[in-house]
Ligand binder design. Structure first.
Ligand SMILES: [Zn+2]
Length: 199
């Protein structure tokens, strides 16, 4: 399986201006029925996701494809539920959140494109979406709790929005305190050994 490069806002050397441009670009819808080029894009995203060990979800712009495609584990993030078979993940093309329910829930989130940190993000605990599945069939789905969070995180990517755009507390690893203090100039980061990004 191909190890696709995941675009990031920064790496150990500094800010990735070129990659930020792609991550920040709003993605385009795909027209159904999908043509060969778009089928290739979908396949590339699936392969890239399956090659990752520590990911709950991935959005197309994270591998440089500015199309509205996301993929995520559909049973949450327990390793024992993860066999990498097709029944363990959902692919959504042109996803639209059509309904949100419940009081916002705040939780620290990581992101593969914002490595080493976590940011507290408030999300709806229940959403309904309309989308195409990977073969171009119209579907509507309801997600709750952690999965609702993952889907909202991935849909944000399609709009060019990242966890660092939210106002919540930022958790950074102690040994990288100086580096992140420069990045989060207006924020007071919380020094914490944050776990690696997962979304
Ligand atoms: Zn992410």
């Amino acid at each position: 399986m191909s190890k696709e490069k995941i675009l990031t806002v920064w790496n150990t050397d500094g800010i990735n201006e070129g990659e930020i441009l792609i991550l920040r670009k709003p993605c385009a819808d795909i027209v159904a029925p999908f043509d060969e080029a778009r089928k290739k894009d979908i396949k590339k995203l699936i392969d890239a996701f399956l090659a990752l060990d520590q990911a709950a979800g991935l959005a197309a712009p994270q591998i440089g494809i500015s199309k509205r495609i996301i993929i995520f584990r559909n049973k949450g993030f327990k390793e024992e539920d993860w066999s990498k078979s097709e029944s363990d993940y959902d692919v959504l093309v042109n996803p639209r959140i059509t309904q949100t329910r419940g009081e916002l829930v705040t939780m620290a989130e990581g992101c593969l494109s914002c490595p080493e940190i976590q940011v507290e993000v408030s999300r709806f605990p229940e959403i309904k979406i309309r989308a195409y599945d990977q073969s171009g069939r119209k579907i509507s789905k309801r997600y709750t709790d952690y999965l609702a969070r993952v889907v909202q995180h991935e849909v944000d990517h399609l709009e060019g929005k990242l966890i660092i755009d939210y106002d919540g507390a930022v958790y950074i690893p102690k040994q990288r305190q100086d580096f992140f203090a420069r990045i989060f100039k207006q924020k007071e980061p919380v020094i914490d050994d944050a776990v690696a990004g997962k979304l």
